[in-house]
Design a protein around this ligand. Sequence first.
Ligand SMILES: NC(=O)C1=CN([C@@H]2O[C@H](COP(=O)(O)OP(=O)(O)OC[C@H]3O[C@@H](n4cnc5c(N)ncnc54)[C@H](O)[C@@H]3O)[C@@H](O)[C@H]2O)C=CC1
Ligand SMILES: NCC(=O)COP(=O)(O)O
Length: 341
Amino acid sequence: MQMAQIKKPIAITLGEPAGIGPDLTLQLFANKQKKPLPHMVVFGDAAFLSARAERLQLDLDICQISNISEAVDLESDTLPVIEVGATATDAPGFLDRENAGVVTSSIEAAVAAVRGDECRAIVTAPIHKSNLYEAGFKYPGHTEFLAALCGENGVSPRPVMMLAHKEKRAIPVTIHISLKEVFSRLTVGRIVETVRVAHHDLQQKFGIAAPRIGVTGLNPHAGEDGAMGDEEETIIKPALAELKERFDIRTDGPLPADTAFAPHIWSGYDVIVAMYHDQALIPVKAIGFDAGVNVTLGLPIVRTSPDHGTALSLAGTGDASPTSMYEAIMLADKMTNKGAA
Ligand SMILES: NC(=O)C1=CN([C@@H]2O[C@H](COP(=O)(O)OP(=O)(O)OC[C@H]3O[C@@H](n4cnc5c(N)ncnc54)[C@H](O)[C@@H]3O)[C@@H](O)[C@H]2O)C=CC1
Ligand SMILES: NCC(=O)COP(=O)(O)O
């Protein structure tokens, strides 16, 4: 199968070396004659990737390059790798704090390549958050780290996490915090900003002229007229009113979260904005764990990622499904495939 390829590559990060991220990149690349991919370049450690490819018995060549421009001229079965100045150990399933350097350097280098216009998008392989925290990583996840890396003059853009399964999309207003913290972090301002970013990027990055946006409640039955919580009255409704009055952004809500994601309701919206992580992510992973993609909105660059994590027990086995990673690469390709070379 042939595929029209833009020459500028997509930057792929290494992800957690003990997890499945490197495996998925290698598996997809090794299979690209059957399932074509756009030009890509991996930011990481070529020796580590060669060891993992050998472990997985994959038939591909891995080539260390020094300039990103070299990536597109290699033989099609050769995976280009840019070294990031730190190494990884091939020990599937075994977390090692020492690997934090290569994980974060890979993300930093990939972002720099996209911001420097050498790559057109970044696709991140999963990181193991608590392993990075133990090594001193200060951000909850990629989402906030990427925003910091895209900051200018000390100001970072507001990143918004969106999970997408084909045309069904969901956004959590609060992300990686404990459930009990949700109540204090959920504010009118946070909801307004999240919806504004979603509205803007659905228009600009997804070509949806008039995004249809649903917003869930926080409590059962969207509070049942205050009988089951009052955040709908005190926070969510005022946020939706502000969106309409100040920004002319129309939304439906607060929708009861247990029915908002019923397929016939969800398909009436381009995105549903939910109040916390699991409210938004469970529906996407339930309808299609295999094909869900995480997209960071609000950034000046395109970033996608598979919807799953590091799945440590599957690393090095070849049993992990590469489909979500494939969808993440193809969505990044689609979002940046504007005909430019
Ligand atoms: N974008 C990212 O960097 C993400 C990172 N994570 C991180 O991953 C780590 C593990 O998180 P978990 O909650 O255990 O989620 P997980 O997604 O790694 O695993 C959950 C379950 O799904 C299975 N699974 C995951 N990916 C699979 C695949 N491609 N094929 C087949 N089965 C698969 C696993 O074996 C496990 O049973 C945590 O540190 C978490 O923070 C989680 C989600 C996204
Ligand atoms: N649950 C989604 C997730 O953990 C991804 O977070 P991020 O690393 O993309 O910020």
